[in-house]
Design a protein around this ligand. Structure first.
Ligand SMILES: C[S@@+](CC[C@H](N)C(=O)[O-])C[C@H]1O[C@@H](n2cnc3c(N)ncnc32)[C@H](O)[C@@H]1O
Length: 256
């Protein structure tokens, strides 16, 4: 594996605004359904319990592995200290899959987005315990990170694993995978790059497949749903679901 420089060492004063992480914007805050710029948020922040270890990780490790949200384009090469393929993960949850994929693929860099503080603390602890050099975290709404920080055709791949399903019909509007968001997202992916989405909610799978199939800049790599690519680990939750006979649907689309 290429030795990764310690984050921070490569940050000069000019990049400080974008790259120095501070405590999360979202700690314990209940946000309105709509953002100040008008989009419907795909998440709610509940006052979930943050364990002391997660809190410590946010306090001590986020300055090292985090990138502060800013309304300016992020230089990804500088943020990771090297020129390598960049994978964006949206909504990493507790970060187990993120850590496993990053460890198994040291040749790639992962920019991992999550709003939930316990999850951010959990992934920071995994990064620290396993000395993972190729993950950086932004604790902010992915819609705004993409809009404001990610340059056109900057990404080699995007992972959206088990996005919140928003089961109730009246909440479906909050689902992340919708045509306007995907149209924005594909602009940020290089031609030849990919989007990989997975869900265990059949109605959302149908919607996501329809949305991704209708996007002119994407082509399906499979005839419909795709077999789970080997790099995506089975989560504990998913293993349990599969034992109970529940389905999981993967979708892998390539940017043309
Ligand atoms: C159902 S969980 C799945 C977590 C993880 N990917 C997994 O497979 O276990 C969805 C996650 O996406 C996060 N999320 C939802 N909308 C988001 C957004 N707009 N920006 C960043 N994270 C978001 C939520 O906080 C939540 O942790």
């Amino acid at each position: 594996m290429t030795e990764l420089p310690k984050p921070g060492k490569h940050h000069n004063a000019a990049s400080a605004q974008a790259n120095v992480a501070t405590r999360a914007d979202y700690c314990g805050v209940i946000l309105p359904e709509r953002s100040d710029r008008g989009h419907i948020r795909s998440f709610v922040l509940r006052q979930g319990r943050v364990s002391p270890a997660q809190q410590r990780a946010c306090d001590t490790l986020l300055p090292r592995y985090g990138i502060q949200y800013a309304t300016q384009l992020l230089d990804l090469t500088q943020a990771f200290g090297r020129d390598a393929p960049k994978i964006l993960e949206i909504g990493f949850g507790m970060g187990d899959s993120t850590a496993a994929i990053a460890l198994a693929h040291p040749e790639n860099d992962c920019l991992a987005l999550e709003v939930h503080t316990p999850g951010v603390g959990s992934l920071l602890n995994l990064i620290d315990a396993q000395q993972i050099g190729n993950i950086r975290i932004i604790q902010h709404d992915a819609v705004e990170v993409l809009r404001d920080m990610i340059a056109k055709e900057a990404l080699d791949g995007v992972h959206i694993f088990f996005p919140d399903p928003w089961h109730k019909t009246r909440h479906n509007k909050r689902r992340l995978i919708q045509a306007p968001f995907i149209a924005q997202l594909v602009q940020k992916i290089k031609p030849g790059g990919y989007i990989h989405a997975a869900t265990d909610w059949q109605d959302y799978a149908r919607q996501a497949l329809a949305v991704l199939s209708a996007e002119p800049l994407l082509e399906n790599t499979a005839a419909g749903y795709a077999p789970r690519p080997d790099y995506r680990p089975l989560t504990k939750f998913e293993q349990r679901g599969l034992r109970l006979g529940h389905g999981v649907w993967d979708m892998v689309f390539r940017r043309v």
